[in-house]
Design a protein around this ligand. Structure first.
Ligand code: AHM
Ligand code: MG
Length: 336
């Protein structure tokens, strides 16, 4: 029993904010300059801003479309633009960041050309993934991938096109009933929940592990009849095994559920999007890093997602990610 004077803390025994966590991680690297911590603190600041705007979207009349399309021919929602601006403004003021790339912008944004002697960060993001869910009060999210300037290339712009294996950090923020930030810096996955009463992300799990299997698949079932035979056979097999199908239509929500409960998330190539719908650099790669760091697997067709060599910033890839056993089963059906 807890006495009234010592109310039980719900976020675990020790109270650790994202800032405290980042600072203690930084101390483990004696040569750290603090720039990486600054990148993550900018991302968390933008996430708090976006979470607040999503919560008040209807009241502030910022639901619905802009009446414009982004470079990929998709209708921009007002909040896509607001979220993009929040991230660009928060990251743009950080000295250690040289390049930004966003789903909402045609080209990369170069903040600093001169990178001599350093390896500044390149941050790629989807500001508000699944934004059409907003109109129906569904979950949406932000996804981010962090690279460092690649010394082998002369032009800093080219640093944005590195395979996912070179990511130094990745994560997502889920704006659902609560705001959840999940991140990795390459040594496991940590999860934080925003306490809106104090404005801090609090650590709730510093070693997130994805279940090895899970009888659930997540995909847009309407696409299955036109998907490659391997996907059709997998879905038929899973249905016969008594699997459940769960699909929110927002990658962050669907991947988060897969990470917590196990199963597999799929976005195969379709007639409309023959290379798949989801973007390699700021959707598939960061989610792949999270899932792999949590003990799962992530593939684009039969190739490991993080080994796909990028050729364009807005390139699309098929996505198969989740519990290792479930991903293996999908790959077996694809290979047959
Ligand atoms: P967006 O980045 O334009 O929001 O599109 C990506 C979203 C993902 O969140 C989700 O997994 C997918 O599109 C859903 O697509 P569909 O409606 O075709 O099932
Ligand atoms: Mg998206």
């Amino acid at each position: 029993m807890t006495s009234p004077e010592t109310p039980e803390l719900t976020a675990g025994h020790n109270l650790t904010s994202l800032q405290t966590f980042l600072l203690s991680e930084e101390r483990k690297h004696p040569h750290a300059t603090g720039s990486y911590t600054m990148v993550l603190s900018a991302l968390s600041l933008a996430a708090k801003f976006i979470a607040a705007r999503c919560r008040r979207a209807r009241l502030e009349d910022v639901l619905g479309g802009m009446g414009a399309q982004n470079v990929q021919g998709e209708d921009q929602q007002k909040l896509d633009v607001i979220a993009n601006e929040a991230l660009v403004r928060a990251l743009g003021s950080r000295k250690g960041v040289a390049i930004l790339a966003s789903e909402e912008d045609d080209d990369v944004i170069v903040l600093r050309e001169d990178t001599s002697g350093e390896r500044p960060y390149v941050v790629l993001f989807d500001p508000l993934d699944g934004s059409s869910n907003l109109d129906v009060c569904g979950s949406v999210g932000t996804i981010f991938s962090i690279l460092q300037h690649d010394r082998r290339v002369a032009d800093v712009r080219d640093s944005a096109l590195q395979a996912g294996v070179h990511q130094v950090g990745a994560g997502y923020v889920l704006y659902g009933p609560s705001t959840v930030l999940v991140m990795t810096s390459g040594n496991g996955v940590s999860m934080f929940v925003l306490d809106p009463t104090i404005g801090s992300f609090l650590l709730v799990d510093d070693d997130v592990r994805i279940p090895e299997s899970g009888k659930s698949y997540s995909l847009n079932a309407a696409n299955v009849p036109r998907a490659a035979a391997g996907y059709q056979h997998y879905v038929q097999w899973a249905n016969e095994q008594g699997y459940s199908m769960r699909y929110a239509g927002a990658m962050v929500a669907d991947v988060h559920r897969t990470l917590m409960k196990g199963g597999v998330f799929l976005y195969p190539p379709t007639a409309k999007d023959p290379s798949g719908k989801l973007r390699l650099m700021y959707e598939a790669n960061p989610m792949a890093m999270i899932v792999e760091q949590a003990g799962g697997k992530a593939y684009s067709g039969l190739t490991r997602t993080m080994e796909v060599e990028p050729t364009q910033i807005h390139q699309r890839v098929p996505v198969i990610l989740g519990s290792s056993r479930e991903v293996d089963t999908v790959l077996r059906h694809l290979a047959d």
